[in-house]
Design a protein around this ligand. Sequence first.
Ligand code: ATP
Length: 137
Amino acid sequence: SERTLVLVKPDGVARGLVGEVISRIERKGLKLVALELRNVERGVAEQHYAEHDGKPFFGSLLDFITSGPLVAAVVEGTRAIPAFRQLAGGTDPVEKATPGTIRGDFALETQFNLVHGSDSPESAAREIKLWFPNLAG
Ligand code: ATP
């Protein structure tokens, strides 16, 4: 069993898709071990997306992710990291995500792609520590 960091980004919260996302996580058989609605400080957003520092969309990505409340969650289960990436679909909701995925079913634009999920065990460990520093292992 492993853990992954999931975000329902501000577009997902604003559009009322939190329940939809949580429901798909639960129906897949994954388990919630932490769940919180919160507003993100820019510093946390910068650390979360540090790998994109310097890219043309970095500033607008930070503006977007801090634009309103988001839902942060830690999700656990067998192969939780790739399992949630499968539920989410590809980064570009039209060109990459297929119907049946969260992005494929509900999103149109790459920036406003509703959810985030850690992409590796290293990212998951780093992101869970960043978002839930007090969570017990
Ligand atoms: P996430 O890390 O949010 O799960 P991802 O791993 O599918 O997404 P990344 O390539 O890590 O995709 O990009 C992180 C986020 O940055 C994307 O989810 C999207 O919101 C935004 N993003 C990525 N590429 C672009 C782009 N070309 N233009 C605008 N926003 C982008």
